[in-house]
Design a protein around this ligand. Structure first.
Ligand SMILES: [Fe+2]
Length: 221
């Protein structure tokens, strides 16, 4: 089942779309409708399986290696790609609800000052994930000067000059004081995020029996 014209309009306007109670979702088909699906990292399957992980079981350099089953702070996915994936699709097909809410936050809804936005465009960070290492900023523009994309994940991005610590602080302050939307993932549902605009995080996983609950994830460029 593909997205309808109305779905695409909502996704374009809000930057995200959540649909539930449909067993006919195929995230690869939907991914192809939105662009080109890519593996999260070279050599991996197109569809990633994401499970909540303890600090000990998480891959080094991941947010889970820092936060484990605690609350995962706001970030965008695939920051280690030179151009991060435009869309990320999560799908959940268990017959029980996912254990913890996914929180989403629209970057466009955060009240940054003009100076703060400039800081996020021009301060330089280093992105490092074990395979890639390159310089980038939190906000970037494509050559057409109209399309802006966001890149932020504190596990694999660090300000590389002392000045850039300003952008780290202002991001943390603004993200922590913004009001997110909580999505309690229901069985047979999908969540599509415009990853160039919408940050996401996860609530603390309260009940350890839920660590086996898996979300499927697909990146689209
Ligand atoms: Fe994520």
């Amino acid at each position: 089942m593909l997205l309808t014209k109305e779905d695409l309009t909502i996704l374009s306007q809000n930057g995200w779309l959540y649909k539930q109670n449909n067993t006919a979702f195929n995230i690869l088909d939907i991914g192809q409708q939105l662009g080109q699906p890519i593996p999260a990292k070279k050599g991996r399957n197109l569809i990633d399986i994401i499970t909540p992980k303890t600090r000990e079981n998480a891959k080094p350099g991941s947010l889970s290696s820092i936060y484990g089953l605690d609350e995962i702070p706001f970030h965008t996915d695939g920051v280690y790609h030179k151009i991060p994936p435009h869309y990320v699709i999560f799908s959940f097909s268990h017959d029980l609800p996912y254990s913890s809410a996914i929180k989403i936050l629209d970057f466009e809804s955060i009240k940054f000052t003009e100076d703060e936005i400039k800081t996020l465009f021009y301060e330089v960070w280093i992105v490092e994930d074990g395979y890639n290492k390159f310089y980038a900023s939190v906000l970037s523009k494509f050559a057409d000067k109209n399309t802006i994309f966001l890149r932020y994940n504190e596990a694999c991005m660090k300000p590389c000059q002392s000045m850039a610590k300003d952008s780290a602080m202002l991001l943390k302050d603004n993200l922590n004081t913004s009001t997110p939307k909580n999505i309690n993932f229901q069985p047979f549902s999908i969540l599509i995020l415009n990853n160039w605009r919408i940050l996401h995080g996860r609530d603390k996983v309260e009940n350890s029996q839920y660590v086996n609950f898996a979300l499927q994830r697909l990146f689209i460029v």
